[in-house]
Design a protein around this ligand. Structure first.
Ligand code: PEP
Length: 256
C-alpha cells in the first residue's frame, strides 16, 4: 500500500477575538495576503458566532473554516453547547479539540477530549487535537509521559480509518501566548514522540502519515525553523493568526 505524503497544515486559532464584521474583514485580508499559495493547507478557527460571516468570506478560496470546540452529544439539553452537525451545516471542516485553554479554564479532561474528538470524526470533521505539558511537568522530566498519555487517551476507540481526519497539535502550555517558543529541537522531539505513540497503536504507516503540528508562540520569525523540522507538519497559531502579514509569512514558510 502506498504511504500518503504528509501535507503541512497551518491553522489559525483566533480564540475569543473578532466580532462577525471584523472577522469577515480579517478573513478577507488574510486571503489577500496568501492567495495563490497552494503548497499547504490553511485553516482559520473562529469563534462560533463568526462562522457564518467567515464562511461567506472564504467561500471559493483555499482557506478552510474551523471551529474552536464542539460538544460530544448530537443534540439535547446541553444549554450553550454546539454540536458537530451544527458546525458542519455552517461549512465548518475542522475543529480544535482539547486546547489547553479549555483544559485549564473550562474543566476539559482527557475523557471529554476523547468524546469530542469522536463526535467530530463521526460527523466527518477533522479534529485538531491539542496535547502538551505544563512548565512544571517539563521541569519534572515527564513531558514524554504527559504527552503520550494525552495522545493515547484522546485516541481511545478511534479507528484507524478515521486517522486521515486527525491532526495532533503539540502545544507546550508554557509556550502558548507567552512569547516563549520551544526550540526547534524540543518541538521536533515531542512531535516525534507523538508519532511513535501512533506507531505503537496503529502501526508505522499510520505514524508516517499522521499530521503533527507545533503550536506555542509560532510567529513570522521562528516559523521557518520550526516548519523545517522532520516531525513538524504545520502549526496551530494563536496571536500571529490575527495579523495577516505575519500569518502569510508562516503560510509561506510551510509551502512544499
Ligand atoms: C494557540 O492558541 O493554540 C497558540 C499556540 O497561541 P499562540 O500562538 O498565541 O501562542
Amino acid at each position: 500500500m502506498s504511504v500518503r505524503k504528509r501535507r503541512k497544515v497551518i491553522a489559525g486559532n483566533w480564540k475569543m477575538n473578532m466580532t462577525p464584521s471584523s472577522a469577515k474583514e480579517l478573513a478577507k485580508n488574510i486571503y489577500e495576503q496568501i492567495k495563490g499559495k497552494r503548497g499547504c493547507d490553511v485553516v482559520i478557527c473562529v469563534p462560533f458566532v463568526d462562522i457564518p460571516a467567515v464562511a461567506q468570506a472564504v467561500k471559493g478560496t483555499m482557506i478552510k473554516l474551523g471551529a474552536q470546540n464542539v460538544h460530544y452529544e448530537e443534540k439535547g439539553a446541553y444549554t450553550g453547547e454546539v454540536s458537530a452537525e451544527m458546525l458542519k451545516e455552517c461549512g465548518v471542516q475542522y475543529v480544535i479539540v482539547g486546547h489547553s485553554e479549555r483544559r485549564q479554564y473550562f474543566g476539559e479532561t482527557d475523557e471529554t477530549v476523547n468524546k469530542r474528538a469522536k463526535a467530530a470524526l463521526n460527523a466527518g470533521l477533522t479534529a485538531i487535537i491539542c496535547v502538551g505539558e505544563q512548565l512544571w511537568e517539563r521541569e519534572c522530566g515527564i513531558t514524554a509521559e504527559v504527552v503520550s498519555r494525552q495522545t493515547k487517551l484522546a485516541l481511545y476507540d478511534v479507528p484507524e480509518e478515521q486517522l486521515a481526519h486527525v491532526i495532533i497539535a503539540y502545544e507546550p502550555v508554557w509556550a502558548i501566548g507567552t512569547g516563549k517558543t520551544a526550540t526547534n529541537e524540543q518541538a521536533d522531539e515531542v512531535c516525534g514522540i507523538i508519532r511513535s505513540v501512533i506507531a505503537d497503536k496503529y502501526g508505522k504507516q499510520a505514524a508516517k502519515q499522521m499530521i503533527v503540528q507545533y503550536g506555542g508562540s509560532m510567529n513570522a520569525k521562528n516559523a521557518e525553523g520550526l516548519l523545517a523540522m522532520e516531525n513538524i507538519d504545520g502549526g496551530l497559531i494563536g496571536g500571529a493568526s490575527l495579523k495577516p502579514a505575519d500569518f502569510a509569512v508562516i503560510v509561506n514558510a510551510a509551502q512544499q
